[in-house]
Structure formats: C-alpha cells, structure tokens
Design a protein around this ligand. Structure first.
Ligand SMILES: Nc1ncnc2c1ncn2[C@@H]1O[C@H](COP(=O)(O)OP(=O)(O)OP(=O)(O)O)[C@@H](O)[C@H]1O
Ligand SMILES: [Mg+2]
Length: 244
C-alpha cells in the first residue's frame, strides 16, 4: 500500500472540460479533483462515456481543460514554459492509448524509439540514437518481442501491439504511466502478461493511473476512483490484503 505521507506527484483540481459539437455543448468533465502519490497505482473505473479517457488526456497534457489546474510535483502545468511542459509530456509521463496509436509505417523498434526522439534536434539525436535503440531493444526483449523488431504493427497481434505501446510509454523512464484500458482488447492470458510488466515497474516505484472496466485489475491497485458523468464519485483505498 502507498505510504499516506508520500509526495503527491500529480494533482488535478476542479477540472472542467466541455466539448462543442456545432452548437451542442457536451460537458464531459465537471469539476474533477484527483491526487496521485509517488509510487501509487490508481485505477479509474466508470461507465462508457463517463469521461475517463478525457481525464487521462488532461493529465497527460494531450488536451487542455477549460477550467481547473493540473500540477506536476507541485508545479502548475500552465505556469510552465513551453520546453518544460514538453519535458513533462514527453519524459515525466508515459501514455498508453486505448487503441495503441502505433505508427503503421514504422517497425516495432522504431515505434518505441520515436518516443526518445521527440524533443531532440536531429544533431543531438544522432549522438543519442544508439543508446536509445539499446534501451528500446532491452524493453522489447523483456516483453517477449525480441524477434519482432523489424515487423510493422499490421503484422502483429493485438497483444503484441499493446506490448509495443507499453514499451514506448516506458522507454524514457517516466515517473508516471497513464494507461487507458491497456488490457481492454486482449484475452485474459495476454492481459495478465501486460499487467505483470506494469506490476513489476510499479514495484520499482512507477506511479500508474490506469483506466479499466475490470474489477479484478482494480483489486490489484492501491486506490480506486470511480467516475460518473464527468465527476469522481468515489475515491477509496484498496484494502491491503486485496493488493498484489
Ligand atoms: N473530441 C471530442 N469531441 C466531442 N466529444 C467528445 C470528444 N472526446 C470525447 N467526447 C465525448 O465525451 C464523453 C466522454 O468520453 P470519454 O472518451 O472520456 O469516455 P470514457 O469514459 O473514456 O468512455 P469509454 O469507456 O467508452 O472509453 C463522450 O460522450 C464522448 O462522446
Ligand atoms: Mg475511454
């Protein structure tokens, strides 16, 4: 279980997000408050359409709230300068999308390496390339994809694609992984493999915010948050005996 006095790494306060479709306004987040502690594994549950992905996108700075604030280690994202904010997005956070979002024209190794490349100019990248390739290869090896480096995403199974997507999220050694139903499209056994990888990283101190529909996965988390209609309605510590 997470130490109750552990540092807060990520804090959302009063997040509002409304999407506008023509003249129709769809309020998706209606004042979400959320805190993630260092090394904590938080699961977000909620019905389809309750705003889980939208919340994760705000936390990962992939979309911006209309109102409210997100702070990383006590520093408000909106107070960060452009470079600092990019560093947050590309280095502090690893994002696993609900539907992988791999680049179809890149092979497996390149799909992972691309995360290391972001934010570096071509000259700096040249001197970092082999080190980045090494890290990507190590991760892919550990995920059982050592024989797949030169394959394209279209040639992989769903589970393999998801493992590539998780390798990409981890390759820069993030402090927190935001994972949107990382096992949602997978069979139980493949999903279990993905969870083992994340559980192992969690043991080493990685904070995880994971959206899931699966109560068995939620039981392995330190804390579970439930969303209904764009608001957090429940925020509960998982009983220690239920944790992994
Ligand atoms: N870019 C967008 N433009 C307009 N509406 C959007 C956009 N993104 C999400 N929405 C709407 O916001 C609501 C919440 O979507 P979101 O994807 O956050 O739900 P979710 O809880 O992740 O659902 P699921 O479990 O199905 O993935 C939905 O009604 C959706 O149609
Ligand atoms: Mg979603």
């Amino acid at each position: 279980m997470t130490d109750p006095i552990a540092t807060t790494v990520l804090k959302a306060t009063g997040l509002h997000r409304t999407y506008r479709l023509g003249r129709v306004e769809v309020p998706v987040l209606r004042g979400v408050d959320l805190e993630v502690k260092e090394g904590e594994w938080l699961c977000v549950l909620g019905a389809s359409g309750s705003g889980k992905s939208t919340l994760l996108h705000q936390l990962g700075d992939l979309d911006r709230p209309d109102r409210g604030a997100i702070a990383w280690r006590g520093r408000d994202l909106s107070d960060m300068r452009r470079r600092e904010r990019e560093t947050y997005r590309n280095r502090a956070v690893g994002f696993v999308f609900q539907s992988y979002h791999l680049m179809p024209e890149l092979n497996v190794l390149e799909n992972v390496m691309v995360a290391s490349m972001v934010g570096h100019d071509p000259f700096a990248w040249r001197s970092m390339r082999s080190e980045a390739a090494h890290r990507a290869e190590e991760l892919l090896d550990a995920f059982g994809l050592g024989h797949r480096f030169s394959h394209r995403p279209a040639e992989l199974s769903g589970g393999e694609r998801q493992r590539v997507a998780i390798a990409r999220a981890l390759v820069n050694g993030p402090d927190v992984v935001l994972a949107d139903e990382p096992t949602g499209n997978l069979d139980v056994k493949t999903g279990e493999g993905i969870l083992e990888v994340l559980t192992e990283r969690h043991r080493l101190g990685l904070s995880i915010v994971m959206v899931t529909h699966d109560a068995n996965i939620a039981a392995r988390a330190d804390r579970v948050v439930k969303m209904v209609d764009g608001a957090v309605v429940e925020d509960a510590q998982v009983a220690p005996e239920a944790t992994h």
